[in-house]
Design a protein around this ligand. Structure first.
Ligand code: C2E
Ligand code: CA
Ligand code: CA
Length: 757
């Protein structure tokens, strides 16, 4: 199980979210661009097609114009012969076959390349013919006649149309319906040709049309490959040719020359000019450039969007990081921790392995902050962070919850022993001295532990449990860890009640002081007393100072309580001029800036000799800013008061650094005395401690001496003073006075010879 990942993972989702946002912009842009491109392409293609159509249309018209020209030219050429005076003379009036051959037939054939020249008399009988270089034979004429007769019928006015031919030019008919001339395109013996007819005028001044017996000259000129070639050259038509079948060669255009009756005259094909292709070709580069431009633009927009998205995601991630982390030390903050805790509780509930929350509170951090300033405090927090991080395993989450509070979520499971080992490791790490900006700083740490298992409640419950365990840890002397148990809940409510009661007890004077004798090393002479506070609760009876002093410290009542104890002890102590009076001072009292003043004032007001007052401090007062602690002690020393280090051996102070502090006395803790008879090395330690104290020029008192053997050992070890049940429990001032009057009554009964001597 790893606790440190969670809140960062959502960055990934943000990316896909942005991808979607990007799509929603890019897709419409892409569609618009695509539609625009398609429109442009369609416009270009359709205008190209239109251009092709227009071009074909034009070529079509040119061709049909050229063909019409061709026909009318044939008419003009034959007319130049037929309408002449000599034609009237030699054809009409008296047919002269020589003239017809020389001046009409051969002339037209030779100069104008007419293919057939025929002359018909008034009854439509051919009187002259030139087909190539010969006169037409009967068989030829029989074949050609049906095709030629149509023109003759039209000329004579027998018919007003020519269903088998395309008529060219306009000749106005006379009243008889006959015409002067006619010209048409039609098929002659399967070949397309221009056929022109002209009536040879009479010299009677009669219009030849009115003259139904007028001879008619007819000329045929084929539209052959040469003709097409010259038309093609003139018009610039590519590959113009006549085709036989209907199959249109791909890419070519076919011009169909069809008679009104639907008969095919000729099919011409050519390869039309295709300006469309040119248009397309000329436009393609522009479109390509435009497309490339669009692509570039799209790429640019995309890149810009991606960059913006990345920047926004980075910004969001940064903001989220800032919102989730402590700006000072970079650890996850309370919010992050809360989220992770909820998640871990959920995981544990869904049958994962149990976890633990360690709620860490630094002791005396505030003191460092107040006396050395915030920069040093900040640096201290960073140092603590480093030590915490290096103490924990990778999977554990450590967070700073605020001021001097940290918390760890550890996957260590619900093994209490392991958790306690971890907690102890953390405490050891935090309690090692710091050197910040040349200042030596020692702080402590208390840890409350709440285990998370499948039956645990929510995050709020877990934190409440850890808090209660932390309270217990502090009460048990700090620099330790406590694991929450259900009894603490009851403790908490009891404590709340007691707190109110204690306030009342202080106000109403329900507290008393008892005095425990402190004797010389032989145990026969009382050298001093230690004032110990007693509270006889109206309903609960005697309550141990261990319990109510902790409540007083936690609630701040200790200041008032301590002031009362000091005053009362000095008042009582005035009755025993030969004794030293020892008064316990809570670290909370000692830390107050006005403490030395209070002591001075109380000494003054009670008239107590300062040299008989001994203030008992614990190692805890040394925590935090060592310099302030030292200054405070020096101020007290300046009053003439003596200082004792209480409960020595229970703390974590390096023995050597004690040298720095002006203690007059060391009080070896009862737990050491107890262990003397049990462990050989404990005895050695006591020896060492006593000699160290002596070496530093301090007097040494042993606390909790109960047996003769302990007494014997401690005395041999060099202890100066003894305190313990063996020499008397704490008792009333009256009894102390009585004891002073009759010391012999209070001697231990079993004084071994070694001591008595
Ligand atoms: P302490 O200062 O270490 O006081 C000595 C404690 O050891 C006293 O407990 C005393 O009764 C007990 N004691 C002495 N000789 C023996 C012995 O031979 N055997 C055993 N088992 N115990 C012995 P007490 O009176 O219960 O006080 C407990 C603690 O409460 C004190 O420990 C002191 O830290 C605190 N305390 C008591 N009165 C005051 C006070 O007026 N002000 C402050 N700040 N703390 C106080
Ligand atoms: Ca004490
Ligand atoms: Ca003590």
């Amino acid at each position: 199980m790893s606790f440190v990942t969670g809140p960062h993972a959502s960055g990934q989702q943000r990316y896909t979210h942005w991808d979607r946002a990007r799509l929603s912009v890019v897709v419409p842009i892409g569609v618009i661009v695509a539609v625009a491109i398609v429109c442009i392409v369609v416009a270009v293609l359709s205008s190209a097609q239109r251009a092709d159509e227009v071009a074909i249309d034009h070529e079509n018209q040119l061709l049909s114009g050229a063909l019409a020209n061709y026909g009318t030219r044939v008419l003009r050429e034959i007319d130049s012969v037929a309408s002449s005076q000599s034609a009237t003379q030699n054809i009409r009036r008296k047919f002269d076959p020589l003239w017809a051959d020389e001046r009409a037939g051969v002339w037209l054939a030779a100069y104008f390349k007419h293919d057939y020249i025929l002359v018909f008399d008034g009854q439509d009988n051919p009187v002259y013919s030139l087909i190539g270089h010969h006169a037409a034979d009967k068989a030829w004429f029989a074949k050609a006649r049906p095709e030629l007769i149509e023109l003759l019928d039209f000329m004579r006015g027998r018919s007003t149309t020519m269903p088998g031919a395309i008529r060219l030019g306009q000749s106005v008919p006379a009243e008889t319906g006959a015409r002067n001339n006619a010209v048409a395109l039609r098929s002659i013996l399967g070949q397309p040709a221009a056929v022109a007819t002209v009536a040879v005028a009479s010299d009677a001044g009669l219009s030849p049309a009115a003259d139904i017996a007028a001879p008619i000259m007819l000329s045929v000129k084929f539209i052959n490959a040469d003709v097409l070639a010259s038309i093609a050259t003139q018009l610039g038509l590519v590959n113009l040719r006549a085709i036989d079948d209907d199959a249109v060669p791909p890419g070519d255009f076919v011009y169909r020359l069809t008679a009104p009756n639907g008969e095919r005259i000729a099919h011409f094909a050519w390869t039309p000019k295709q300006p469309g292709a040119e248009i397309v070709q000329s436009v393609v580069p522009f479109i390509a450039v435009a497309l490339a431009g669009f692509a570039l633009l799209a790429a640019f927009v995309l890149r810009y969007m991606r960059r913006t998205a990345v920047a926004i995601v980075a910004g969001e991630t940064r903001l989220r990081y800032l919102a989730m982390h402590d700006p000072l030390c970079g650890l996850p903050n309370r919010i992050f921790f809360g989220e992770r805790l909820e998640a871990v509780i959920d995981e544990v509930h869904s049958s994962k392995s149990p976890a633990a929350v360690l709620y860490i509170d630094l002791d005396h951090f505030k003191d460092v902050n107040d006396t050395l300033g915030h920069p040093v405090g900040d640096e201290l927090i960073r140092n603590v962070t480093l030590r915490l991080s290096s103490t924990l395993r990778g999977g554990d989450l450590v967070a700073r919850l605020g001021g001097d509070e940290f918390a760890v979520i550890s996957a260590i499971g619900n093994d209490t022993t392991k958790t306690m080992v971890l907690a102890q490791r953390i405490i050891t790490a935090i309690c090692a001295p710091y050197n910040i900006g040349g200042q030596n700083i020692v702080i402590g740490a208390s840890i409350g532990i709440a285990l998370i298992d499948r039956d645990s409640g929510g995050a709020a419950d877990i934190m409440r449990y850890a808090d209660m365990a932390l309270y217990r840890a502090k009460n048990e002397g700090r620099n330790r860890a406590c694991v929450y148990d259900a009894a603490m809940d009851a403790d908490l409510s009891k404590r709340k009640l007691l707190e109110g009661d204690l306030r009342q007890a202080i106000e109403e004077g329900q507290l008393r002081l008892m005095y425990q004798p402190i004797v010389n090393k032989s145990g026969d002479t009382m050298m001093g007393v230690e004032a110990l506070c007693r509270w006889n609760h109206p309903t609960r009876g005697e309550i141990s100072p261990v319990e109510f002093i902790a409540i007083a410290e936690h609630s701040g009542l200790i200041v008032e309580l301590g002031a009362w104890v000091l005053r009362q002890a000095l008042i009582d102590g005035k009755a025993w001029p030969s004794l030293t009076v020892a008064v316990n001072v809570s670290p909370l009292q000692f830390r107050r800036a006005d403490f030395a003043e209070l002591v001075e004032r109380t000494l003054h007001e009670t008239g107590f000799d300062p040299s008989r007052l001994e203030l008992e401090l614990t190692e805890t007062v040394l925590l935090g800013n060592i310099d302030t602690a030292e200054a405070g002690m020096l101020r007290l020393k300046a009053l003439g008061v003596r200082l004792a280090l209480d409960d020595f051996g229970t703390g974590y102070s390096s023995l050597l650094y004690l040298r720095r502090f002006p203690f007059d006395k060391l009080k070896i803790d009862r737990s050491f005395v107890l262990s003397i008879e049990k462990a050989a090395d404990a005895a050695a330690i006591v020896h060492a401690v006593v000699s160290l104290g002596r070496g530093l020029g301090m007097k040494v008192t042993a606390e909790g001496v109960e047996t003769a053997d302990q007494h014997l050992f401690l005395r041999a070890a060099g202890v100066h003073f003894m305190q313990g049940y063996r020499f008397g429990k704490a008792t009333t001032p009256a009894e102390i006075s009585a004891r002073l009057r009759a010391p012999a009554d209070y001697l231990p009964h079993d004084v071994p010879a070694a001591i008595a001597g």
